[in-house]
Design a protein around this ligand. Structure first.
Ligand code: PHE
Ligand code: ZN
Ligand code: ZN
Ligand code: ZN
Length: 285
């Protein structure tokens, strides 16, 4: 698997920050800042060779706006692995950890896949969801409009929401599942002792997929819950303080990011993508 350059991920965060600053300070679903965020992704992904679909969420979304689906050509159409992140912020701020972090880590992974262009054993699809903050609505719309054949083709869905928390931990959704195994294996090789993502259970877009029977996992570094002393001992950081002290606040800016957490998530996504869709012998770096 390629090593994802965290500086390139951070450069995308800066672009999302500028987009928010130019559009009233946020990237809420249905707002100009959200539309500009979609355009930023679309331009990068199409230039790299992805097939990009903007899917208007018209049912169930509080703010009608688009999901962005990006398919990398190749791999069997009936064997799909999917990676997703919500692209919308709350209206209180620019949403750089929540969730430009997951969005940018996925974008850089998509660009790395395009650059490497490996032979694929699975079809790879990325999704950036709208209206997550109003109730996981964009991803729910996506799964509801799939045919049963399209739904059963998706063998796994990986979600990335808040992967750069400054006082973060190393959390994995459904950590004991076979779907989670590559995410866990990567962090295990770094001796990070990941834990189950209990704080985020049912609170992000993986729940939309899980609800229709698709196996799910994902990484998170944590939101408003507080780091325990045991976690501070093994991971560093400040016991008794929130994983993300700026959760859903105006201070969720590019300063509200741990480059270490961001890098380890971005690299683990690459490891997992290669492990699941390229072959059984990835070469993590
Ligand atoms: N980050 C989700 C949100 O968009 C919810 C969440 C909360 C996820 C806590 C993980 C942990 O607000
Ligand atoms: Zn890296
Ligand atoms: Zn949020
Ligand atoms: Zn979020």
């Amino acid at each position: 698997a390629p090593d994802i350059d965290v500086e390139k991920v951070r450069a995308h965060l800066s672009q999302f920050s500028t987009i928010a600053a130019n559009n009233g300070g946020h990237r809420r679903a249905g707002s100009a800042g959200y539309t500009a965020s979609v355009s930023y992704l679309k331009q990068k992904l199409e230039a790299a060779g992805f097939t990009v679909t903007l899917q208007r969420c018209t049912t169930g979304c509080t703010y009608a706006s688009d999901n962005l689906i990006a398919d990398w050509p190749g791999g069997p159409a009936d064997q799909v692995v999917m990676f997703g992140a919500h692209l919308d912020s709350v209206s209180a701020g620019p949403g750089i950890n929540d969730n430009a972090s997951g969005s940018a880590a996925l974008l850089e992974n998509a660009l790395a896949l395009a650059a490497a262009n490996p032979t694929l054993t699975k079809h790879v699809r990325f999704g950036w969801w709208t209206d997550e903050e109003q109730g996981l609505n964009g991803s729910e719309f996506y799964v509801n409009q799939l045919s049963s054949a399209q739904r059963s083709a998706i063998k796994g869905y990986y979600n990335f929401d808040m992967v750069g928390s400054t006082n973060g931990g190393y959390f994995i959704n459904n950590i004991t599942s076979t779907t989670a195994a590559p995410l866990k294996a990567y962090w295990d090789t770094l001796n990070l002792s990941p834990e189950e993502n209990t704080e985020g259970a049912g609170r992000s877009d993986d729940a939309s997929f899980k609800n229709v029977g698709i196996p799910t996992s994902g990484y998170a570094a944590g939101a408003s819950a507080r780091k325990t002393s045991a976690q501070a001992t093994k991971w560093g950081g400040t016991a008794g303080s929130a994983y993300d002290p700026c959760y859903h606040q105006s201070c969720d800016t590019t300063s509200n990011i741990s480059a270490t957490h961001l890098n380890r998530s971005a690299d683990g996504i690459a490891y997992t993508l290669w492990k699941t869709a390229v072959g059984s012998n990835p070469n993590p770096t």
